[in-house]
Design a binder for this molecule. Structure first.
Ligand SMILES: Cc1ncc(COP(=O)(O)O)c(C=O)c1O
Length: 399
């Protein structure tokens, strides 16, 4: 068995593998520990090459034991698209976008929920609930539906309507709640025993961090078992950062990669930037943050997130709604339909570039964590020209 147990990310305490209760008495989070000697027997750089192009190609480093429990829709192995930096005055060497919008449920949340739901299936759980800003709810709904598990999704009242519709389309009981994601979380925790559901909210179970870890494995493999020097990630609860950091540590211990960790940069939106504040940076918060996955005022393990940012000599940066909108336009011009979160990574890149934070040799990876479409409002198209004659067309194109 490759999954050896759990280890606390803060004090190092160990305990047997557990499906719940991940908070250690020291306040930090228990993460899954693997028997890497055992992993090494079947997982080599060579053995991976011909495996299926999904995130399950790294199955020895995922905590699901029996292949029959795996619930997969083909998630992961998303393209790492190079972006031409000569068109913009950036003082870095290389830039890529990891195209997470191409996952089966339209966001990188497919990864974590594929593993989390597989673990529920392994345990014979019949009902699961989640507090989500939207995309994790969609992913739970899709994977739980496939596994015949009842799903209950709680989202903030202003969650984008199309994301809510998508949760319903996949068959989840979907509820809007007053307030933000932490209020949704209260519904999950308070009524757990009445409705007998298992929580798959951030850091309540081990599968989601493990699934997000595959982002890190893929980056390394797609770059020829090398790492970029900087990772810019739109951060909410932070399980993606924790996952990638863990991935790089495991790959190092396996001898797959060498050298320093990338510098992790968290991007948040002005109005809800707890990491930026915690690093002692001024954030002008007159503007309320928009309803995106980055809007998490109280990340469940902010201590671990700050440690990762500091240890890797990274940073956190808050960008405005206007900068995000401009970034969406710029990415659109490069063929990428970006969610606000994905665009925020581009906005963060431009901001840090302006501040002279990068070195000339930096190789930077951004993440388009979700597709743009579900964030669109249903406002209609009356402002788009309705052509009735050739003159209008000529006049428009001449402008
Ligand atoms: C599209 C998108 N990007 C980023 C995030 C934040 O991810 P994490 O919870 O790993 O910080 C979320 C979370 O809801 C999201 O939906």
């Amino acid at each position: 068995m490759t999954r050896a147990g759990m280890v606390c990310s803060g004090c190092g305490k160990q305990k047997p593998f557990t499906y719940e209760e991940l908070t250690c008495e020291c306040g930090s989070t228990f993460l899954v520990d693997y028997d890497l000697e055992y992993v090494r027997k079947t997982l080599t750089q060579q053995s991976i090459v011909n495996r299926a192009t999904t995130m399950w190609r790294y199955r020895e480093l995922l905590p699901v034991q029996s292949p029959q429990s795996i619930v997969s829709l083909g998630e992961g192995w998303t393209p790492l698209t190079p972006i031409d930096v000569s068109r913009i005055p950036l003082s870095i060497r290389k830039l890529w976008m990891k195209r997470e919008e191409l996952n089966p449920t339209g966001s990188f949340k497919s990864r974590g929920l594929s593993v989390a739901v597989s673990l529920l299936k392994e345990r014979g759980i019949r009902r699961a609930a989640i507090a989500s800003n939207g995309n994790a709810g969609t992913a739970l709904a899709a994977y739980a539906g496939c596994a015949g598990i009842d799903s209950i999704v709680f989202v903030p009242e202003d969650c984008p309507p199309l994301i809510i519709r998508e949760c319903q389309r996949y068959g989840a009981h979907t509820f809007r709640v007053k307030g933000l994601i932490q209020h949704a979380g209260q519904w999950v925790e308070s009524y757990k025993h009445i409705f007998d559901w298992t929580s798959v909210s951030t850091l309540r179970e081990p599968g989601r961090v493990e699934g997000k870890k595959t982002l890190g494995f893929e980056l390394a493999e797609q770059l020829g078992w090398r790492l970029p020097t900087v990772i810019i990630y739109p951060t909410g609860g932070g399980s993606g950062i924790i996952g990638m950091w863990k991935a790089f540590k495991e790959l190092r211990e396996l001898g797959f990669i060498q050298g320093p960790m990338p510098r992790f940069v968290s991007v948040q939106e002005i109005g809800c930037a707890p990491l930026v504040r915690a690093l002692g940076k001024q954030v002008d918060s007159a503007e309320a943050a928009s309803p995106t996955g980055m809007r998490v005022p109280h990340p469940p393990d902010i201590v671990l997130l700050l440690r990762i940012l500091k240890e890797t000599e990274g940073t956190a940066v808050a960008v405005s709604r206007g900068e995000i909108e401009e970034a969406r336009r710029m990415l659109g011009n490069r063929g990428i339909s970006a969610s606000p979160e994905g665009a925020a990574t581009w906005a963060g890149l431009l901001r840090l570039n302006e501040e002279g934070w990068f070195g000339q040799d930096d190789q930077v990876v951004l993440f388009n964590t979700a597709h743009a479409l579900p964030y669109e409002t249903l406002a209609g198209t009356s402002n788009i020209p309705l052509l009735t004659n050739l003159h209008d067309l000529i006049n428009t194109l001449r402008k």
